[in-house]
Design a protein around this ligand. Structure first.
Ligand code: SAH
Length: 219
């Protein structure tokens, strides 16, 4: 958990962020720790200035390189499911993109590792997170399908890109007692939760979603 630098944030963005939190409540998000975290992280700094007036709408927005920042509802939903009301220690995110979800995760976990395969996105996210002094968020430029074996196990894993099957490396890197949340599928995708307990892995299928695909290798 980390306190973000708050300077340079105007009243307008604070008001629109407050409206985003109310909308998330209306959409069924109940985790108050998470809602407080999302009220703290300025989403507008993660999008192009020309689109910053749309930053708190419930929309995914382009971030370049054919990728998008996920809509606030899906960031909230995945984090709420992964957190399950618990204080998390180590969390892994696959698909840093602009770094927004990593910043939110940094508010609800002790340490966050986030992996991105597109170098310019990785570098830009590093700049945004440095600007926010999100010091407990560690970024890696790598193929996230392999996870981060050197930093495992993780109490929670979030995949921000859709795979057609669950990467074996990620299953192995999930701690016993931990939860992984990921979109599965190609054209039709479904949000899945994997829980690991002493008996093994348990999969639940939740709701239809739309994510960019998980690709292999680095770009
Ligand atoms: N988490 C972001 C959303 C990112 S969109 C947010 O806060 O809005 C998904 C990202 O996953 C893209 O940036 C894409 O490049 C990345 N990605 C896709 N396949 C990947 C892989 N194998 N390893 C790491 N990142 C990957």
């Amino acid at each position: 958990m980390n306190s973000l630098r708050q300077s340079g944030i105007g009243m307008t963005s604070q008001r629109t962020r407050g409206r985003m939190i109310e909308r998330l409540r209306a959409q069924g998000i109940r985790d108050e720790v998470l809602l407080a975290a999302m009220n703290t992280v300025p989403r507008h700094i993660f999008v192009d200035e020309a689109m910053s007036h749309l930053a708190y709408d419930d929309k995914s927005l382009p971030i370049g390189f054919g990728q998008t920042i996920s809509q606030p509802y899906i960031v909230a939903r995945m984090t709420e499911i992964m957190r399950d009301g618990k204080t998390l220690n180590r969390v892994l995110e696959i698909g840093t993109g602009c770094g927004y979800q990593a910043a939110v995760l940094g508010q609800v976990a002790s340490i966050v590792y986030s992996v991105e395969r597109i170098l310019p996105l990785h570098e830009r996210a590093a700049n945004y997170l440095q600007e926010l002094h999100a010091e407990n968020v560690r970024l890696s430029y790598a193929d996230g399908g392999l996870g981060l074996p050197g930093e495992a196990p993780f109490d929670g894993i979030i995949m921000a890109a859709a795979a057609t099957h669950i990467p074996q490396a990620l299953l192995e890197q999930l701690a016993v007692g931990g939860r992984m949340v990921l979109p599965l599928g190609a054209q039709e995708q479904i949000l899945c939760m994997i829980e690991r307990d002493a008996d093994g892995y348990h999969e639940s299928r939740l709701e239809a979603v739309k994510f960019v695909p998980l690709l292999t290798g680095k770009a």
